[in-house]
Design a binder for this molecule. Structure first.
Ligand code: ATP
Ligand code: MG
Length: 251
């Protein structure tokens, strides 16, 4: 389980007197349980990537903390990191190498034994339907094939918590389905899964609970029925628009 407590992240942009502080994430608290898929939703600039980068230990929160079991991101960075698989659109794969080679390389970086690496490769390549292209150079792969490769690499160490920032961005519906089916199977096997997405249809189908983030603040939280109960909203999109469209209930 992952527990986020009062997470804040501020950036200072510019210099001298013209410098401005941006509160990218403001007092964010939520939990994601084992076996659950949690969807972090919000418009561009809402603070989703910043939140996920804090949780993946890539950047340090300005205040607040996050916990996986007894480990927290501030005091036990290395241990916390080892329990997380993080996927981001920034992930650059060296085009000269093959998916198979990259998996070996990241497995070794994670100090895994050869037999463990082989076992994980077999499972991930099969689950993500990658076997046709694991010996091709990454430069020669399509966007979807590269994304599957990035997904496999991020999970080589079989982490307890899966954190994916816009995992289906730019994918066709077939590859998108392969990735989302894969996430469902991981959650069913007891993993904790957190994703950010702009795709409300995918979010509604995939996620058990949601957090709607606007200007760094969590505006709504819970399952779809929790969120729409007693309101005039029918679906997640209605809720989302109520916070961002001019004339929306909360604008
Ligand atoms: N490294 C940085 N330095 C300064 N400001 C930043 C930095 N990273 C993000 N921000 C600012 O923090 C805010 C939140 O950005 P973030 O990338 O987390 O949003 P997002 O919800 O992921 O948006 P998108 O849907 O466009 O990916 C924005 O105002 C952004 O300009
Ligand atoms: Mg983002």
């Amino acid at each position: 389980m992952l527990r986020v407590e009062k997470l804040c992240k501020e950036f200072r942009n510019g210099r001298g007197r013209s410098a401005k502080t941006v509160k990218a994430v403001n007092n964010l608290s939520f939990q994601c349980r084992s076996g659950e898929i949690y969807g972090l939703l919000g418009p561009n600039g809402a603070g989703k990537t910043t939140t996920l980068r804090c949780l993946s230990t890539l950047i340090k929160p300005s205040s607040g903390n996050a916990w996986i079991d007894k480990y927290n991101v501030l005091e036990h960075g290395q241990m916390f990191r080892s329990k997380i698989g993080f996927l981001t659109s920034d992930m650059k794969l060296d085009g000269y190498f093959t998916p198979d080679y990259m998996m070996n390389w990241f497995g070794q970086l994670n100090k895994m034994q050869e037999s463990q690496i082989e076992q994980q490769k077999k499972r991930l390549f099969s689950d993500l339907q990658m076997t046709d292209f694991i010996h091709k150079k990454i430069d020669e792969l399509s966007t979807g094939m590269k994304q599957k490769t990035a997904v496999a690499i991020s999970l080589i160490h079989d982490p307890e918590v899966i954190i994916f920032d816009e995992p289906t961005n730019g994918l066709d519906i077939v590859t998108s389905k392969a990735v989302t089916d894969f996430l469902v199977s991981r959650a069913e096997s007891g993993k904790t899964v957190i994703i950010s997405t702009h795709n409300m249809t995918i979010a509604e189908k995939l996620c058990h609970r949601f957090g709607i983030l606007v200007d760094g603040e969590l505006k709504e939280e819970g399952s779809l029925s929790d969120i729409i109960q007693g309101s005039s909203w029918d679906c997640l999109e209605d809720v989302f628009f109520s916070y961002i469209l001019p004339g929306g209930d909360h604008v």
